[in-house]
Design a protein around this ligand. Structure first.
Ligand code: GLU
Length: 300
């Protein structure tokens, strides 16, 4: 029996609005990378934060993907239905004494912490003096002054000391919601994801995810972070800003624009059908051509 793990990729949109060009780029890249490696490709709806969800957005995203010709394996996994798995992971980390309760306000943190690479570095107030676990609290994971390294398939070698650059981070919020960092790690492991291709806005999150994988005993997938599509002013396109929603009736121009954005070769003639487009794009996909900058302006 071969011991080679079969590639398994995923697209994990948050249903905060309609699919826009920025998320289409991520969907196209992770789909092409999976299919060109003869891998499986899954869709996971990251609807854990119900307060940010736009009603109908999840269905709208799935219908758009379908009308663009994406074909996913297995049924879609919804994070809103995975609370028990996140709770089990939280308990596992608590049993390892890798966590502590925290009831700091944003104001306290801002007053005592220094600015890091992603907001204020948590200054460890509750680590030194934890509040009673019976009071309303968030849960933070203890981090160490040790660099985490990984080699991104697009961005190259990345290194981060979480303790020095981010601080002990929240895995369970005071309002009862599980944090993205924990949920994504639990679900990537549960779904057997081997390769993650996603936007460069998550490059800085990856060391936290690798750290949680090591604490929970999960394998670390390979990562590739794509340049983010930004507007002329340099702002990230986001679902909330409703930027460039995809026209479901005429999908080919958007798909070709995504290939162009990813610096992939383009067919010499416009493909006649979606099937033709995908067959061509899968055959010609080359992740090495994707530009390594973290943002890229849309030219047209
Ligand atoms: N749900 C995240 C988003 O829509 C993506 C998370 C991930 O790919 O890890 O930006």
């Amino acid at each position: 029996m071969s011991s080679i793990t079969t590639y398994c990729g995923r697209f994990a949109p948050s249903p905060t609005g309609a699919l826009h060009f920025g998320s289409l780029v991520a969907a196209v890249a992770c789909y092409l990378d999976a299919r060109s490696n003869k891998g499986r490709w899954l869709v996971r709806m990251e609807d854990i934060d119900r307060t940010r969800e736009r009603p109908g957005a999840a269905t709208h995203i799935l219908c758009t993907l379908e009308s663009l010709g994406f074909e996913w394996d297995e049924t879609v996994l919804y994070q809103s239905q995975r609370t028990e798995a996140y709770q089990a992971a939280l308990e596992q980390l608590q049993q390892r004494r890798a966590t502590y309760p925290c009831n700091c306000s944003r104001k306290e943190i801002a007053q005592q912490g220094q600015l890091g690479i992603e907001g204020v570095i948590y200054p460890g107030i509750c680590r030194a003096n934890p509040p009673s676990a019976h009071k309303r609290h968030a849960t933070r994971v203890i981090t160490h002054h040790q660099s985490i390294y990984f080699t991104d398939k697009i961005q190259g070698a990345i290194q981060q000391s979480i303790a020095d650059e981010i601080g002990d981070f929240i895995i369970h919020r005071a309002d009862g919601l599980f944090a993205y960092q924990l949920a994504v790690v639990v679900d990537d492991a549960y779904q057997g994801i081997t390769d993650i291709v996603r936007g460069a806005d998550l490059t800085l999150s990856t060391p936290r995810q690798i750290y949680l994988q090591s604490l929970l005993g999960h394998p670390t997938p390979l990562y590739a972070h794509l340049p983010l599509a930004v507007d002329n002013a340099g702002n990230k396109l986001s679902k909330q800003s409703q930027s460039l929603p995809i026209d479901r009736k005429t999908p080919l121009p958007a798909l070709l624009a995504a290939l162009r954005f990813l610096h992939q070769p383009l067919p010499s003639e416009q493909p006649a059908t979606l099937d033709e487009f995908w067959a061509w794009a899968i055959k010609n996909w080359d992740i090495q051509q994707v530009p390594l900058q973290s943002t890229q302006q849309l030219t047209d």
